[in-house]
Design a protein around this ligand. Structure first.
Ligand SMILES: [Fe+2]
Length: 453
């Protein structure tokens, strides 16, 4: 019997890194990647001597003893160990980048607030100098809470590198294109995408197309994870395969370089003679990742009523209290509205959680006016909010045919902790003084007689 298989019976993949060049798919996978052949040890983490004369080093993103399902670490194989990317430190000041606790007695955080887009700067601003903190919550020193920033970037980081020991950073571009050169590889990022940069991972940011503006949520607490889907099942919302982690890439550059570190809310610099982005190969599950928001599959009401906005959660960072997140990142994007005999926009409400929203593009259905792309709003803990008068009148008189909300993408950063405004947010940023007036013209329709008014 002839057992030889013809070539057609076995066809092997020729794209060893998945189907998106330069990235590996999956969320929290155990990845492995090498920029030079044979750089990654096989079968063990710490050989007596590494190939190419590389140094082995572990970056732990969780405590050594964290439960297996949460335990994250990555092994780097690099030209120099990180101790060579660190010299004596000096404190530096980045006056617009604030950390919690940052409670300013001259600022009233209790209120409904909305901001126009921050105007782009007319001076060179990098990822570091262009960070403008809007709100903070919790305490960076006890690793709970967050900071929300707007970034305004007009210049690349040249021979300058950064890492945050305080936080993982969720980056949400709104205008312009950025390239993140990280220890793990290269992430290109543009509007409609997001990236998560892990705590402790070194990177620099190049402005590819500018000026660039966007939002950053610094998460001081437990890492972002995908939310449980419950009865929704295994599919829809954010699917793990749509998250992309970069393949290994390294710099072998011997030039005077500056490394800036954020640690306990303070900034420090050190000067070295080479690029710290010298990781030739790595493996592990503690990694940078990007995600295309256009792959988010919304799930919603298909007969009547309006579900809680948590139905649109993309990522959640737990706080230790089940279901009560340190941060939920929710996405309001294009979708069909089909609910019968229902008030279709978000309802009026007050919330234990504090809600910061940003508009990436288009019109948000509860606020047809005033909440514009690049703008932000804040509805703090237990502050009432909901549709403005025009949205209410339109929604209560509409012919409820199936309707597509098109060309719209906004997001919400929701936290269990009240958010404190920075002085910049209250006094320098383009705050809309008349935001509260959007509800002023809501009428009293009740006159004691029954019937739909
Ligand atoms: Fe809300």
């Amino acid at each position: 019997m002839n057992t030889q298989k013809s070539p057609r019976e076995i066809t092997r993949a020729v794209t060893p890194c998945g189907t998106t060049e330069g990235y590996m798919p999956g969320f929290g996978n155990d990845f492995e990647t090498e920029a030079l052949p044979g750089a990654l040890p096989q079968g063990q983490n710490s050989p007596q001597r590494c190939n190419y004369g590389l140094y082995a080093e572990q970056l732990s993103g969780t405590a050594f003893t964290a439960p297996r399902g949460q335990n994250e670490r990555t092994w780097y194989y690099r030209i120099r160990p990180s101790v060579k990317h660190s010299a004596r430190y000096q404190k530096i000041d980045l006056p617009y980048w604030k950390s919690a606790p940052n409670v300013n007695p001259d600022v009233i955080s209790f209120g409904q607030y909305r901001w126009d887009p921050m105007p782009n700067a007319d001076q060179p601003l990098t990822f570091l100098t262009g960070m403008r903190t809007m709100t903070t919550a919790g305490d960076v020193n006890t690793q709970i809470g967050l900071a929300n920033h707007v970034y305004l970037i007009t210049s690349s980081m040249e021979d300058e590198y950064f890492f945050s020991a305080d936080s993982e950073m969720l980056v949400i571009p709104q205008e312009g294109r950025l390239r993140f050169y990280t220890e793990l590889g290269i992430i290109d990022l543009e509007p409609k995408e997001i990236a998560i940069l892990p705590r402790g991972m070194v990177f620099r940011v190049k402005l590819v197309e500018g000026p660039a503006r966007g939002f950053i949520c610094e998460n001081y607490g437990q890492k972002f994870d995908l939310p449980g889907r419950g009865p929704i099942g295994a599919n829809c919302m954010a699917n793990p395969r749509d998250f992309k982690t970069p393949v290994a890439a390294f710099e072998d550059r011997e030039v005077p370089s500056r490394v800036v570190v954020k640690w306990c809310g303070q900034f420090h610099e050190t000067h070295i003679g080479h690029s710290p982005l010298d990781v030739v190969a790595w493996h592990g599950n503690y990694a940078a990742v990007k995600y295309d928001l256009r792959t988010y599959s919304p799930v919603g009401a298909i007969l009547f009523d309006h579900p809680d906005p948590s139905i649109f959660t993309v990522l959640t960072a737990p706080s230790g209290v089940p279901g009560t997140a340190n941060i939920d990142f929710a996405l309001f994007r294009e979708r069909w509205l089909v609910a019968e005999h229902s008030f279709r926009p978000p309802w009026y409400h007050k919330n234990l959680m504090s809600e910061l929203m940003g508009n990436i593009y288009g019109i948000y259905d509860a606020k047809p006016q005033g909440f514009v792309p690049g703008g932000l709003s804040l509805h703090n803990m237990m502050l009432p909010h909901g549709p403005d008068r025009d949205a209410f009148e339109a929604a209560t008189t509409a012919d409820l045919k199936p309707e597509k909300l098109d060309n719209t993408m906004s997001f919400m950063i929701e936290t269990r902790f009240p958010q404190q405004l920075t002085e910049f947010a209250a006094k320098e940023a383009p705050l809309q003084d008349d935001y509260i007036d959007c509800w002023k013209d809501l009428e009293k329709k009740f006159d004691g007689t029954p019937g739909l008014k």
